[in-house]
Design a protein around this ligand. Structure first.
Ligand code: HPA
Length: 259
């Protein structure tokens, strides 16, 4: 029997440590131009576990685009342009909260923005009416629930709530900055969560982040006096495989529910 497939592909934005999806059955690389300029690269269109997906590595295929230089507007616009309605983003982060140890997979439910000078809205320019979007719940609750369920199905433990603090980068933070962020209520620190998250909201896309803890944040645990960048790569290599499993389970469920 031929099954009906979802007409809208699942968007996957890969972060550091996930610049390609090894199990993606690639059908096309598509260059999409947007009113906001060039996305981080050509979109990789294909199938994952039977589900149509579009993959885009946030930092480019050769990991050359720094967090403050990513064209977040072009990336989100391009995904919408090819029909994406749901976006799962994978992002490496530092852990601030004690249980967010290296290797943990975390599904943040809140975000605090410390970035500056990034193109952070589609609603600007004299020709555009002033538009405010609701951002009380920055991530899609339904997509988060689907990611949580996918993690449970493949037996991967996941931390289900956390506040992501988005910093400017590309430098890492000082210990005092992390202490301030902790006081603010941040559990994780990363450099790419904003404006990506709000831009998805502005285009009414369902968006969730699967954060992969690469290191204790500055001044914490084994990062007490220095963050060991060589250790980060090793942690990410292993943890990204688990993130990949969860995303594959998510895609499999999407393709089942569309059948
Ligand atoms: N800080 C900011 N971004 C990060 C970190 C960090 O410690 N680790 C991975 N991404």
């Amino acid at each position: 029997m031929t099954s009906a497939l979802p007409t809208r592909p699942l968007g996957i934005i890969g972060g550091s440590g996930l610049s390609s999806l090894s199990t993606l059955e690639l059908t096309e690389r598509r260059v999409v131009r947007t009113p906001w300029g060039e996305p981080s690269g050509a979109l990789a269109l294909g199938r994952l576990a039977g589900c149509p997906v579009v993959f885009l590595p946030r930092h480019g295929f050769g990991h050359t685009i720094a967090p403050h230089e990513v064209n977040y507007r072009a990336n989100i616009w391009a995904l919408r342009e090819v029909g994406v309605q749901q976006v799962i983003s994978v992002a490496s982060v530092g852990g601030i909260r004690a249980d967010c140890v290296p290797g943990s997979l975390v599904l943040p439910d809140q975000i605090i923005d410390y970035t500056w000078g990034r193109g952070s809205t589609f609603f600007e320019g004299v020709d555009n009416p002033v538009t405010h979007v609701d951002f009380t719940e920055p991530y899609s609750m339904s997509l988060r629930a689907q990611v949580r369920a996918a993690a449970h199905r493949c037996g991967e433990p996941i931390i289900e709530q956390a506040t992501y603090g988005a910093t400017q980068g590309p430098r890492l933070e000082t210990a005092a900055e992390i202490t301030r962020m902790e006081r603010d209520g941040c559990d994780l620190v990363g450099m790419t969560g904003m404006p990506e998250t709000v831009l998805a909201r502005e285009l009414n896309l369902d968006y969730a982040t699967l954060a992969v803890v690469a290191n204790p944040a500055a001044g914490r645990g084994t990062s007490a006096t220095v963050i060991r960048l060589d250790a980060i790569e090793q942690v990410l290599a292993q943890a990204m495989q688990r993130a990949h499993r969860i995303i594959t389970a998510l895609a499999a469920e999407f393709s089942r529910s569309a059948a």
